[in-house]
Design a protein around this ligand. Structure first.
Ligand SMILES: Cc1cc2nc3c(=O)[nH]c(=O)nc-3n(C[C@H](O)[C@H](O)[C@H](O)COP(=O)(O)OP(=O)(O)OC[C@H]3O[C@@H](n4cnc5c(N)ncnc54)[C@H](O)[C@@H]3O)c2cc1C
Length: 681
C-alpha cells in the first residue's frame, strides 16, 4: 500500500537549510512567525507576504500531509485561494462537484444540490487530497520573496514578553532563538505550542471509529457525494463515497467503537466490502452491479472530537486551524474553517503591523473565529449525533426520519449526513455597522461577499493625455506577464503606507527582506476597467478577470457603488471624493462602480479623475446577479473588509457614516483598550 500520490509526490520532501538567523549573536526579531506549514499556516503566510508583511514560516519536518486526510475544499476556500493567487491549478487538478445523494438501505432517499444556481466562478466543492493542496500552496509560497519557509525547524520552546514572544527552534544542527512581535500557532490538533503555553481545548470526544480506504479503480459513477445509512453491504453502519483525481475513490466506513483498527485496515477485510459497495453503487447508478478491478492505495482508521480552545489569543501568540479547534470530518469543516481563520487574521495582522489599526483589531480575530468555531462545532456535533446515534431512541427517530424523507420535504430537512462547510456569517462582530435600512438577498451583514459575473466598462481618465489613454487601452487589451521585484512592490506600498505611518522597524524589515529576495514573476491582473491614481497594490497572480470577487484588491477595503443607468461623471466624482475622505489616513480602498443589467450597450463612457489613491473599477452587472444577491438598488453602497466580509451597507452613501464604519471596522472606534494576558512561561 502506498500514500495516495499524484503530481505533488515530486515535491514530497523538503530539505533542511541553515538560515543566517542561526548564526546571529542574539535572537533575530521578526514581525510575524507562523508555526506549522499545514494548509492553515501556508495560507496565512502567503496572505501576509502578499500584504507586504515579512513572515517566517517554520515546519518541524520536511513533509507535506501524509496519508489521506482532508479531501473536500469548499467554494469559499477557493475564493480565498483566488485572492492568494493559487486557486486555478487546484481547481484544474481537483474533481469539482455539487450534487449529493443520500441512501437508506438499498434505496435512494433524496438528492441535494449545493450550488443549484449559475453565476459563480468556483464550484461548490473540489475534491483534492490535502497532500496535493499543500503542494500547490508551497509552490505559491515559494514565489513570494517576503515569505521565509524553513523546513525541519521545529519550535520546542516559547516564552511571552510584553512586546514580543521568544521561540526556541530545533534543527538538525542544534537550537536557536527567534523573537517575533506576533506568533501564530498553526501546528495542528496536537499543537505543541498549546502544550508549551500550558493551554488546553474543551469539548466532546465521540466513541466511534471510521475507516478510510482510498481505492484506485475505473468506476463509472458521477462526481457526486454518496452517503449510505445502514446499507446492505455494511449493515447497521454508514458509508461515504467520494471521487478523487487520478481514478482514486475515497470510502469512509463507520466501524463502531469496538472495532479493532489493525484488523479493519487489512486489505482482505477492506476489499470485499469495497466490492460489495461497488456492486450496490453500480445498481444505484442504473448498472447491473459490475465490480471494477481495484487497488487499495491507502487505509487508516480515525476517531474524532469536537472541541476548541477557550480563547484564540494569548498575549503575543494567536492560534488558528486545528491547533485552535477540531470537528468531525463530516461536513468538511476542519481545513475549510482553518483557512477562514487565516483569511480573517492576515489582514488584521498586516494592518496592525503597518500601523494602520490598533492592536485591539487582533482581539476581534479571536472573538470572530471563536464564534465561527462554535458554529462549526454545533453543525459537526449535530451531524455526528445523527450519523452515529447513541441510544435506541435516537436510532428509532433516525429510522423514522429516513423513511419519511423519501416522500416528505420536512423530513429531508432533519436528515443530517454532514452539513457541508459554509463560511460563518460574522453576524455578531463588533466590526460591523448594523443595518439602518432593510436588506434582503443572499448576502447577510457579516458574510463574505458573494460572487457574480461582471464585464468591464471602458471609462476615460479626466487627467490623462490621449496618447497615454491609447497606450493604456492597448496594454489592457492583452493580459501580459509582468516581472515585479520585491523592491518595486515594497516601494509601491511604502508610497501609500508612509502616510499612514508604517513603523520604521517594519519598513526596515521589509526592505532587508526585499533586498535579498529573488525576482518573482506574476501574471498581472491587467484590467481595462481598473485604474489607480497612486501606487498599485502588490501584484497577485490571477487570471484575466470577469468575476466580481477578482476586482477586490488584496489587503484593502472595497466600496461597491451601485449606479443609476443615467449616471453622470460629476455625480460619480463627488461620490469618489467622499470615499477618499472616509479613508483619510488609511490605505485607499478599491471602488467598484456597478452598472445595472439593463444598461447595455453603454452609450457614453464616463470621464473620471479619481481622487488620489483610489483604485476604480467600472463594471457591468451583466446578469443582474450582483444586484439580486446583494439586494441592491441604484445608490446602494456596500463596505467590504479586506477579507471580503460585508461590514456595512446603506441605500445611499452618507460620508460621515461611511467614515465611522471604516473606523469601526478597523477597531479604531472601540472604547476600552483590550487587556492582554501576558502570562510568562
Ligand atoms: C480523515 C480526515 C478527513 C478530513 N477531511 C477533511 C475535508 O474533507 N475537508 C476539510 O476541510 N478538512 C478535513 N479534515 C481536517 C483537516 O485535515 C484539518 O483540519 C487540517 O489538516 C488542519 O490544518 P492545519 O494547518 O491547522 O494543521 P495540520 O494540517 O495538522 O498542520 C500542522 C503543521 O504543523 C507542523 N508542526 C507541528 N508541530 C510543530 C512544531 N513544533 N514546530 C513547527 N511545526 C510544527 C506539522 O508538521 C504540520 O505541517 C479531515 C481530517 C481527517 C483526519
Amino acid at each position: 500500500m502506498t500514500t495516495p500520490s499524484t503530481a505533488a509526490a515530486t515535491a514530497a520532501d523538503f530539505d533542511y537549510r541553515r538560515h543566517p538567523d542561526q548564526d546571529a549573536a542574539a535572537p533575530v526579531r521578526h514581525p510575524v512567525v507562523v508555526v506549522g506549514a499545514g494548509p492553515v499556516g501556508l495560507s496565512l503566510a502567503i496572505d501576509l507576504a502578499l500584504q507586504q508583511v515579512p513572515v517566517v514560516l517554520l515546519n518541524n519536518d520536511g513533509r507535506l500531509s501524509v496519508g489521506s486526510r482532508a479531501l473536500c475544499f469548499a467554494k469559499r476556500t477557493l475564493d480565498i485561494f483566488d485572492r492568494l493567487g493559487c486557486a486555478a491549478p487546484m481547481v484544474a487538478q481537483g474533481v469539482s462537484w455539487h450534487v449529493g445523494r443520500v441512501f437508506f438501505g438499498d434505496r435512494q432517499v433524496y438528492q441535494f444540490d449545493l450550488l443549484p444556481e449559475t453565476g459563480h466562478r468556483r464550484p461548490a466543492f473540489i475534491n483534492l487530497s490535502q497532500h496535493d493542496l499543500e503542494a500547490h500552496l508551497v509552490a505559491r509560497a515559494e514565489q513570494l520573496p517576503l515569505l521565509d519557509l524553513r523546513w525541519h525547524h521545529a519550535v520546542v520552546g516559547v516564552t511571552q514578553h510584553p512586546t514580543h514572544a521568544r521561540l526556541t527552534v530545533r534543527t538538525p544542527e542544534g537550537d536557536y532563538g527567534l523573537d517575533a512581535d506576533h506568533v501564530v500557532a498553526c501546528d495542528g490538533s496536537r499543537s505543541p505550542m498549546r502544550g508549551m503555553l500550558g493551554l488546553d481545548t474543551h469539548g466532546r470526544s465521540f466513541r466511534d471509529r471510521f475507516l478510510i480506504a482510498d481505492v484506485r479503480m475505473k468506476a463509472p459513477f458521477p462526481a457526486e457525494r454518496w452517503f449510505w445509512f445502514d446499507p446492505p453491504f455494511h449493515p447497521g453502519q454508514s458509508v461515504l463515497l467520494h471521487r478523487q483525481p487520478d481514478g482514486i475513490w475515497r470510502i469512509d466506513f463507520q466501524l463502531g467503537w469496538d472495532a479493532d483498527p489493525e484488523q479493519e485496515k487489512r486489505p482482505d477485510n477492506i476489499l470485499p466490502r469495497v466490492r460489495a459497495l461497488m456492486a450496490q453503487a453500480s445498481r444505484a447508478a442504473g448498472g447491473s452491479g459490475e465490480i471494477p478491478e481495484m487497488e487499495l492505495v491507502w487505509a487508516s482508521v480515525y476517531t474524532f472530537a469536537c472541541m476548541r480552545m477557550e480563547r484564540l489569543r494569548h498575549g503575543r501568540v494567536l492560534f488558528a486551524g486545528d491547533a485552535a479547534h477540531g470537528v468531525s470530518p463530516f461536513g468538511a469543516r476542519g481545513a475549510n474553517s482553518g483557512i477562514q481563520d487565516a483569511d480573517n487574521l492576515a489582514w488584521k495582522l498586516a494592518w496592525v503591523i503597518h500601523g494602520r489599526a490598533p492592536e485591539a483589531l487582533l482581539e476581534t480575530y479571536a472573538r470572530e473565529r471563536e464564534f465561527a468555531a462554535d458554529d462549526n462545532i454545533r453543525h459537526s456535533t449535530r451531524s455526528t449525533d445523527f450519523i452515529t446515534p447513541k441510544s435506541a431512541a435516537s436510532r428509532l427517530f433516525r429510522t423514522a426520519v429516513l423513511d419519511l424523507a423519501r416522500d416528505f420535504g420536512f423530513a429531508r430537512k432533519l436528515v443530517n449526513s454532514g452539513r457541508l462547510s459554509l463560511p460563518t456569517t460574522l453576524s455578531e462582530s463588533s466590526l460591523n455597522t448594523g443595518d439602518a435600512e432593510a436588506f434582503g438577498g443572499a448576502l447577510a451583514l457579516g458574510a463574505p461577499m458573494v460572487d457574480a459575473p461582471v464585464a468591464r466598462v471602458p471609462w476615460h481618465r479626466g487627467d490623462e493625455s490621449a496618447d497615454a489613454a491609447a497606450a493604456r487601452a492597448s496594454a489592457a487589451a492583452t493580459p501580459a506577464a509582468v516581472v515585479t521585484t520585491a523592491a518595486t512592490a515594497t516601494d509601491a506600498d511604502e508610497a501609500t503606507t508612509d502616510a499612514a505611518g508604517v513603523p520604521a522597524a517594519t519598513r526596515a524589515a521589509i526592505a532587508t527582506t526585499a533586498a535579498t529576495a529573488a525576482i518573482v514573476t506574476a501574471t498581472a491582473a491587467t484590467d481595462a476597467g481598473a485604474q489607480t491614481h497612486a501606487a498599485q497594490p502588490p501584484a497577485v497572480a490571477s487570471e484575466p478577470s470577469c468575476w466580481l470577487l477578482s476586482h477586490l484588491v488584496p489587503g484593502r477595503f472595497s466600496v461597491l457603488l451601485f449606479l443609476d443607468m443615467d449616471r453622470r461623471g460629476s455625480d460619480v466624482h463627488e461620490l469618489l471624493s467622499h470615499i477618499a475622505d472616509a479613508f483619510d489616513g488609511l490605505p485607499a480602498p478599491s471602488v467598484l462602480l456597478l452598472l445595472p443589467q439593463a444598461t447595455s450597450p453603454i452609450a457614453q463612457p464616463l470621464t473620471l479623475t479619481p481622487p488620489r489613491g483610489l483604485t476604480v473599477h467600472h463594471l457591468h452587472d451583466k446578469q443582474g446577479l450582483a444586484q439580486t444577491r446583494c439586494d441592491a438598488r441604484a445608490g446602494t453602497v456596500l463596505l467590504l473588509r479586506p477579507d471580503q466580509h460585508l461590514c456595512a451597507r446603506w441605500r445611499r452613501l452618507q460620508p460621515t457614516l461611511l467614515r465611522q464604519a471604516v473606523l469601526r471596522a478597523t477597531a479604531a472606534l472601540q472604547a476600552a483598550p483590550v487587556a492582554e494576558e501576558l502570562a510568562c512561561h
